[in-house]
Design a protein around this ligand. Structure first.
Ligand code: XBP
Length: 255
């Protein structure tokens, strides 16, 4: 049995990108008089750039826009404002945990499987989301919490996973990660952590080669590859353990 589960946040714990970050970026543009808004589709294309600041910088490079101030300071102001709007949106509770997440968190707690957070989003975003969804004491559920503050090298760099493994004091092959995006899958794999993929809105067609298993949602057992036990309505700890053992016995998860 694996010893710990590492959770990605954006797209995996909740659909934060479409319902939270995108809305907040557009409010920040509006507040600072920036003359464009990102559509849902444009934002999807921009998600290949990890990190909000990096995404803003990338987009600005392709626009014929001469800001009245230094680009770095404009990006800094936009990003702070975006995070403030994001915090307000998620504090309202409307960006909920994805289906099956709360149940799997509970499975781990009752089975004594330690958990960690492995995200390169800002700490304030993580706090705002989990305060609203899991309550003020959410951090006590996790043996390791790594975000952009500790891991400034954004995914697909494996830094965030390497730090989480160090905090857990576990080798990579004894941990399972849950991810949704190509950069996250690549980061986990580069750190040697077996990865489960719960496809999200923006990454419905993500390449899942090499994943332990991939499927549409932790909240259902149909549509997963390899197949999940269809007699159970969701992906629980027992199913993940079966996939993990399958990988150990076939391809091998070496230590
Ligand atoms: C997700 C991201 C983040 C969020 C915005 O990282 O790429 O950029 O979209 O967060 P991960 P910030 O997959 O590691 O959760 O604006 O705070 O960067």
């Amino acid at each position: 049995m694996f010893k710990a589960l590492l959770w990605d946040v954006d797209g995996t714990l909740a659909e934060t990108e479409r319902d939270g970050h995108l809305v907040a970026f557009n409010r920040a543009f509006d507040a600072l008089g920036i003359p464009w808004r990102w559509s849902e589709q444009e934002y999807g294309a921009l998600l290949h750039v990890s990190g909000g600041r990096e995404r803003l910088l990338h987009d600005l490079r392709f626009r014929n826009f001469a800001p009245a101030e230094d680009v770095e300071s404009l990006i800094g102001r936009l990003h702070r404002l975006k995070n403030a709007f994001y915090a307000r949106i998620v504090a309202g509770g409307e960006v909920r945990l994805r289906e099956g997440v709360r149940e799997l968190l509970a499975d781990c707690e009752s089975a004594g499987i330690r958990m960690g957070i492995a995200t390169t989003t800002s700490r304030s975003n993580l706090e705002a989301l989990l305060d609203a969804q899991l309550g003020a004491h959410w951090e006590s559920k996790f043996a390791a919490v790594v975000c952009a503050r500790e891991a400034p090298k954004k995914k697909p760099d494996p830094q965030v996973y390497q730090l989480a493994l160090r905090m857990l004091e576990l080798p990579a092959h004894e941990v399972v990660a849950i991810e949704d995006a190509p950069a996250g899958i690549a980061a986990a794999r580069a750190a040697g952590v077996p990865v489960l993929v719960a496809r999200s809105h923006y990454f419905a067609a993500v390449d899942t080669r090499g994943a332990l298993a991939a499927g549409p949602s932790l909240g259902r057992s149909d549509g997963w590859q390899p197949r999940a036990d269809s007699r159970v309505p969701r992906i629980g700890l027992g199913q993940i353990a079966r996939w993990y053992e399958l990988r150990r016995s076939t391809a091998g998860i070496d230590g």
